[in-house]
Design a binder for this molecule. Structure first.
Ligand code: CP
Ligand code: NVA
Length: 316
């Protein structure tokens, strides 16, 4: 059984397939014959809030021929102490797959081990791989010049600067994903937000070199970047640290000055939701270099492609 819990759960060949299929699904959304989930019911189990992921997966499962079953963890017996192990076993008797947004990454692994259906990571405290491949597809659309065959190769060697909360799920995801795809990734945040042990352990488990760098200097990170990325300073579940974080991250806002240090044709990206005036200025978020709403749209096309590639792998 193949799952998608982290960037490295797709082979590099499958990543190319995802990009090509996402481009096709986007171009032919109204009349696509790609229906790999026909006759299937997929659970969408959320322990955290969501706008983009929830809606794009619900629409995406439907468009692939499947039936999405929305599951709010708060409304389930999980919230009254039923174990994830038993929940995974029970849901496997009804569903053909499950997409999960949760706190501890280990919950995804428990579902994958104890259940008998494919599990897809819709964000954990550790990684957000659906967002990562969507973001890479969004860049590849631009950098490949429309040549689908070049979508994966046009990413290699590009310099990505991730500025802000480098120790959060998006920082981890970019470190792992960019290194996997052969991109240069510079993580930039205040001291104390260096990449954590769990990230190094993931690299070791995947047998790939931890090729990323960390700096506390935003100007050095931005210099010559092909794309600057940021994410909220207070991720879901960290609300108690808000006051401290707002102070510590001061000076790490992606603003017009920081963008001016990147390449002239560099893009600005953000997984959204944005907190304007904190991690990003209004001018950058809504400016000509920002492609944040393309990212948001591409969640739909890329996730459909991931589900289709996973379905094909699981039928083999
Ligand atoms: N980027 C993202 O995952 O958005 P949501 O939290 O709205 O799903
Ligand atoms: N780091 C953010 C990402 C939201 C999509 C969070 O976990 O809240």
């Amino acid at each position: 059984m193949r799952h998608f819990l982290k960037e490295t759960d797709l082979s590099l060949d499958e990543v190319s397939q995802v990009f090509a299929l996402a481009a096709d699904l986007k171009a032919n959304r109204a009349n696509s014959a790609c229906k790999p989930l026909s006759g299937e019911s997929w659970g969408l189990l959320f322990f955290k809030k969501s706008t983009r992921t929830r809606v794009s997966f619900q629409v995406g499962v439907h468009e692939l021929g499947g039936h999405p079953v929305m599951l709010n963890a708060e409304d389930m017996q999980l919230a009254r102490g039923e174990t994830p192990e038993d929940t995974a076993k029970v849901l496997s008797r009804y569903l053909h797959g499950v997409v999960i947004r949760c706190h501890e990454h280990s919950l995804l692994e428990t579902f994958a081990q104890k259940g008998t259906i494919p599990v897809v990571n819709a964000l954990s405290d550790f990684l957000h791989p659906c967002q990562f491949y969507t973001d890479m597809f969004t860049l590849a659309e631009r950098w490949s010049g429309g040549d689908v065959g070049k979508m994966a190769s046009c990413l290699r060697g590009r310099k990505i600067a991730f500025v802000g909360d480098t120790a959060c799920n998006m920082g981890n995801t970019f470190a792992l994903g960019c290194a996997y795809l052969g991109m240069e990734i510079v993580l930039c945040g205040p001291a104390g937000y260096e990449p954590q042990k769990a990230l190094y352990e993931q690299f070791a488990a995947d047998g790939i070199e931890p090729k990323f760098s960390f700096t506390t200097d935003p100007e050095a990170a931005a210099k010559g970047a092909d794309m600057i990325y940021t994410d909220v300073w207070v991720s879901m579940g960290m609300e108690e640290e808000k006051a401290r974080r707002l102070k510590e991250f001061r000076g790490y806002q992606v603003d017009e000055h920081l963008m001016s240090l990147a390449k002239p044709d560099a893009f600005f990206m953000h997984c959204l939701p944005a907190h304007i005036g904190e991690e990003v200025s209004a001018g950058v978020l809504n400016g000509p270099q920002s492609i944040v709403f393309d990212q948001a749209e591409n969640r739909l096309h890329t996730q459909k492609a991931i589900l289709a590639v996973l379905a094909a792998a699981n039928k083999r």
